[in-house]
Structures are given as C-alpha cells and as structure tokens.
Write a protein that binds this ligand. Structure first.
Ligand code: CA
Length: 235
C-alpha cells in the first residue's frame, strides 16, 4: 500500500517509516501541515497516518503551530474518502471524539506499539474495502495481510516484499485494472529510484509462482486479476 505519514517528530517519523517499509509499504513522510496538504492535493494514498500537533509549514508560517484536524476537515469537505488514522499524544477524550467526528477512521494515542498500529491499519483497510474477513482470497490464492503469508491451493508461496506489494494492490481491488504507474506508486515512496521495468519483472514472478493465468494484462492499460473461468465451461 502507499501510505502518507504526516508527523513532525523525527524519531517517531523515522521509526514508523522504516518499520512500515519493512512491511512492504511505500511510505511518504512529510513533517508539517503545508506539506501534508500539498501531498494530498497531488497524490492518491491508500491511507494517511496523521499527527495532530503539527507545525503549519510553508514559507511564511514556519514556526507557528497548526492542527492536523484542519487537514482532515479539508480532506472530508472535498469528499475525499482516503482512510485516516490519527496519531496523537493528546489523550483527552474530547480530542479523540473531535478526531472521529471530523472524519478520522481510527486513532492511536502515543506512545503505541507498532503491532497495534499495523493491526489498526489492516482493520481500517478492511472496513474501507467493505470486507469483514481478514484474509484476501482469489481463485485459490490467499493473502493474509497480518502475517504477509501467501498460500496457493493451501501451499505456502514465497514472495519478495515487492512482489507482495503488487499482489496486495491487485487483490485489494479484484476486477480493477491497475496501470503500471499505479502499481509503481504502491512500490516506491518519494526519493526511491524506480527501476524502469520493475513492475513487469514482479508480474512475471507472480505469474510464475501463482499460475500463468492468475494476472491478466490489458495492453497499454494495465494489469488485473483474471476472473475465474465461467461456470458451465468445461474446466
Ligand atoms: Ca507532533
């Protein structure tokens, strides 16, 4: 998945970015409201992790304090449904209520355990995708976002973290055709060098490991999960 982390604390930001990258996500990290606003205006993210106490940023207001809830309110007022988890050191119930009422999907009070954050990310993504079951399944292939394990017809399949990221993007939206650029977005954060044929290489590996007909290619448009053979066909 592609995640936007809006967090001004360097230590928390660095540790979250490296931990979430380790889980196979592309993570873009910005440190003030202005940069968060610019990112959300120009890119699509699967999920936003939003600190509340943030510097405003921008050329004129570098030192003044801002509020992550402003960003959240702006996002929701333009009907952007991107899931948002609020990260906050404030533990007054009023702030949590305000965060949820402004349109946050969940919140975590600092300090928190990384395991809890990743579990909440998975739960929010399930709800956002209208799923209740934790494991993604498609045509004999199952992917468990919690353990990052993939089974094909019950047998474990070993995938690299980038192969997993491509598979996860496709399995989260079965039926959708994802362009090469959309898949690259899920593989690389800003500042990471994109290898020009990387997506083709990962698709090739996934087909080799999951079956040649598991992933289809619409020439010039993108990749998709092949629908199951029609009922009543002879296979
Ligand atoms: Ca902060």
């Amino acid at each position: 998945m592609r995640l936007l982390l809006v967090e001004d604390d360097r230590m928390i930001g660095e540790s979250l970015r490296s931990a979430l990258r380790g889980e196979g996500h592309a993570v873009d990290w910005v440190r003030d409201l202005a940069a968060g606003r610019a990112s959300l205006a120009s890119e699509r993210f699967d999920l936003v992790l939003l600190d509340l106490g943030l510097p405003s940023g921008g050329p004129t207001a570098a030192a003044s304090a801002g509020d992550g809830l402003e960003l959240l309110a702006e996002l929701r007022s333009r009907r952007d449904p991107t899931p948002v988890i609020v990260l906050t050191a404030r533990d007054a119930p009023g702030d949590r209520v305000r965060g949820l009422d402004t349109g946050a999907d969940d919140y975590l009070v600092k300090p928190f355990e990384l395991d809890e954050l990743t579990a909440r990310i998975r739960a929010v993504m399930r709800r956002h995708g209208g799923r209740s079951e934790p494991v993604l399944e498609y045509r004999g292939v199952s992917f468990d976002p919690a353990t990052r394990r993939v089974l094909r017809n019950g047998e474990p399949v070993l995938l690299s973290s980038r192969e997993l990221a491509v598979l996860e993007a496709l399995m989260m939206r079965p039926g959708a055709v994802l362009s090469r650029a959309q898949l690259e977005d899920r593989l690389y954060g800003w500042g990471e060098e994109i290898e020009s044929n990387a997506v083709s290489v990962y698709i090739h590996q996934l087909r080799r490991k999951l079956g040649a007909d598991f992933i289809g290619n619409m020439r010039g448009v993108g990749y998709f999960l092949q629908p199951p053979p029609a009922a009543g066909s002879d296979r």
